[in-house]
Design a protein around this ligand. Structure first.
Ligand SMILES: *Cc1c(COP(=O)(O)O)cnc(C)c1O
Length: 431
């Protein structure tokens, strides 16, 4: 069995270990929540301060040109493109994941309505992140479609001739299970269905090849594995074969072909720029660029493939240590063990106490998070999923000794019953 000494040896040999210096982590914290909010890049405070004092304070309105503010969505988009298998000019950083999903889903429905008007169904996964389902539900109401929700194994079999769009999140936020993007996209196209991928838990976490898979639309999140800061802008990618076919519904002036002509009629920009809407949050964009640069700094060290190899080694170690050292406490592994079928997080379920165990860990400086299980009752034949303890692993700033220490804290919290203390059993507004 792996020992603490083994973990230290693994850290000493780790070619990516120097990347940790690109981040500012509070002392004493083992951060296992980069899947929810990435750690602050060390460069961010000075970069954002310069954007405030020099670009805004001194440059004022001139900075739209002189500091390159106006082209930030495209410039950051080109950096994101390198992480998701897209080409330069195919991605923009903008708005939130929810808003970008509304845009691409609407465009996908417009394309389907023209090519195959009898198709009136959007298929997704029952356990998809709720905002994705809410946005789809709203669009279905608006445009007379139906949303059909299935278990992950059942989605491709459900692609009947009435289905217009398959909308999936590549890595499930609760279980960490990952779809085979190429195979699912191929199955969708075989069935005449357009494919929308949400990369919220994939971009910066696992290698992604949107063009290789031939996907149709994709969106993703800036503040999770991309380390862009709280509320960082998200991103949107549309395959070039679709980019110019329809207006997206939020046809604001930043998506206009010539916004500074101030003409009354809308004329969409060509390509992905038409997926912009209005004026961007420049300070947030500035912080997002610092986050993207931490990932691009891994490129000379092997890039996403090297990050993925380390992420799998970290998550394998975590699963093995939890099994060996935290047995008999009712924890069950929810994340698939097969490396090809999981992202960069490990989720454990427990019938009771999951929330309090996470709170007790946080009090010890081990920050993971809690996600509520399914409501009780026979929802759809499958038994409801219990509450979940979720641990995200970011190879940019985590090492093997961190994994060892995190499991030791978990073991102590369970062995001593520390989690049962009343202060760990009070729910906060944000879990
Ligand atoms: C995190 C996440 C979001 C977040 O959406 P926001 O618009 O940023 O609040 C959306 N979808 C999925 C799948 C996510 O994991």
């Amino acid at each position: 069995m792996t020992t603490l000494q083994d973990c230290r040896a693994l850290d000493a040999q780790d070619p990516l270990r120097e990347l940790r210096t690109l981040f500012t982590l509070p002392p004493g914290v083992i951060y296992l929540d980069g899947n929810s909010l990435g750690v602050m890049p060390a460069a961010a405070p000075a970069r954002v301060a310069a954007a405030v004092t020099q670009e805004w304070g001194d440059g004022l309105i001139r900075s739209w040109n002189s500091a390159g503010w106006f082209t930030l969505p495209q410039r950051l988009g080109d950096k994101i493109a390198q992480l998701v298998g897209a080409r330069p000019g195919e991605v923009v950083a903008t708005d939130s994941t929810s808003i970008n999903l509304y845009k691409v889903l609407s465009a996908a429905l417009s394309i389907a309505a023209q090519d195959a008007p009898q198709r009136k169904v959007i298929v997704s996964e029952r356990s998809n992140f709720p905002t994705d389902l809410y946005i789809a539900e709203a669009l279905c109401q608006e445009r007379g479609y139906q949303l059909q929700l299935l278990e992950p194994e059942g989605v491709t079999a459900a692609l009947t001739p009435d289905v217009a769009v398959l909308m999936l999140t590549h890595v499930n936020y609760r279980t960490g299970a990952m779809h085979d993007m190429a195979a699912v996209t191929a199955a969708a196209h075989e069935a005449g269905v357009l494919m929308v991928w949400d990369l919220a838990h994939s971009a910066g976490a696992v290698p992604v090849d949107l063009n290789g898979a031939g996907a149709d639309f994709s969106i993703g999140c800036g503040y999770k594995y991309l380390n862009g800061g709280p509320g960082a802008p998200a991103f949107v990618w549309v395959h070039p074969r679709h980019a110019d076919r329809f207006w997206q519904p939020l046809a604001g002036w930043w998506g206009h072909a010539a916004p500074f002509e101030f003409t009354p009629g809308y004329r969409p920009a060509t390509g992905i720029s038409r997926y912009l809407c209005g004026t961007q949050p420049i300070l947030s964009m500035t912080a997002l660029e610092c986050g993207l640069d931490t990932l691009l700094a891994a490129a000379p060290l092997g890039g996403m493939a090297a990050l993925r190899a380390k992420s799998l080694a970290l998550t394998d170690l975590f699963m093995a240590l939890v099994e060996a050292r935290c047995g008999g406490h009712g924890l069950a592994l929810v994340t698939p063990r097969d490396a090809a079928r999981r992202g960069s997080q490990v989720c454990l379920s427990r019938q009771t106490g999951a929330y309090a165990i996470i709170q007790a860990l946080i009090a010890r400086g081990v920050i993971g998070d809690f996600r509520a299980g399914d409501p009780p009752g026979p929802a759809n034949g499958t038994p409801p999923m219990p509450d979940i303890l979720r641990f995200g692993f970011t190879p940019l700033y985590l090492g093997f000794e961190d994994v060892w220490n995190a499991v030791e804290h978990l073991r102590e919290v369970l062995d001593t019953g520390e989690w049962q203390r009343p202060e760990f059993n009070q729910k906060h507004a944000v879990t």
